[in-house]
Design a protein around this ligand. Structure first.
Ligand SMILES: Cc1cc2nc3c(=O)[nH]c(=O)nc-3n(C[C@H](O)[C@H](O)[C@H](O)COP(=O)(O)O)c2cc1C
Length: 230
């Protein structure tokens, strides 16, 4: 049974919610959903503690911990946000900032290299490309093995305003995407992009000035012949 976690960059249930939720339902299995800022609404304080100590020293760790646990235990991560002025919503950005220490250049979580990710956004008309990039950048640098993206110009400010024709097309797209994810779940293999990023970051570790990161990579055996996707 697949475990899917969905992080929404908004509290309300409109176009973005309906599309991402329908994908999660079509994938089936266990679904956990978090709405931002309802379930996490803190801004990174820039204390850098997560980079130089450990993530659990973050002043917001207690609030973030249930979401981190869900992410780490999941098979599929869906990040979904409406387009707000060509980018993700403020709450989604604030959430992603809290995972800077998990970027591959620092201490990536090993389980990410066996997960699938999907980034979803909706816009009235434009800005999907830059908004998807906001989310894809994080999943890529977290080490997520396979990342898919879906941006839709719904030509509406809410789900009620979306035409039936568009809703039917979206439904078809989500069925196709869910089937791909289910099929791939039997053997999730790290993409070429994930591997290339890993090898670049591995090189950076050789000249890194952060002893905590170097120790982490050393302990994992990644500076020798171990790889997180194996
Ligand atoms: C503050 C704000 C900024 C927005 N910026 C854009 C934008 O840059 N481009 C665009 O096409 N739509 C923009 N929209 C419209 C929404 O992206 C669009 O209606 C989206 O489908 C809303 O998703 P939701 O129904 O899940 O809330 C904006 C809406 C709001 C409230």
């Amino acid at each position: 049974m697949l475990k899917t976690v969905v992080i929404y960059g908004q509290n309300h249930k409109s176009s973005t919610y309906h599309i991402a939720h329908s994908l999660a339902e079509k994938i089936g299995g266990d679904i956990t959903e978090y709405f931002l800022p309802r379930d996490f609404g803190e801004f990174c304080l820039g204390c850098n503690t997560c980079f130089f100590k450990t993530a659990d020293h973050c002043p917001h760790y207690a609030k973030l911990q249930p979401i981190i646990k869900s992410l780490d235990e999941s098979d599929v991560i869906i990040l979904a946000s409406p387009v707000y002025v060509y980018h993700v919503t403020g709450p989604m950005k604030a959430f992603l900032d809290h995972f800077g220490n998990r970027w591959m250049v620092h201490c990536p979580e090993e389980s990410m290299f066996k997960k699938q990710g999907v980034c979803i956004c909706t816009a009235a008309g434009g800005g999907m490309k830059s908004t998807l990039k906001d989310m894809v950048d994080s999943l890529s640098f977290w080490g997520v093995a396979r990342i898919r993206k879906y941006g839709k110009a719904v030509m509406a400010v809410n789900w009620e305003g979306v035409s039936d024709k568009k809703k039917a097309l979206i439904d078809k797209d989500m069925t196709f995407l869910a089937n791909k994810i289910i099929k791939n779940s039997k053997n999730v293999r790290a993409s070429l992009k994930t591997k290339l990023l890993f090898y670049c970051m591995r090189f950076v570790q050789r000249i890194s000035k952060n002893p905590k990161d170097t120790k982490y990579w050393n302990d994992k055996g990644w500076l020798k012949d171990k790889r997180p996707w194996k």
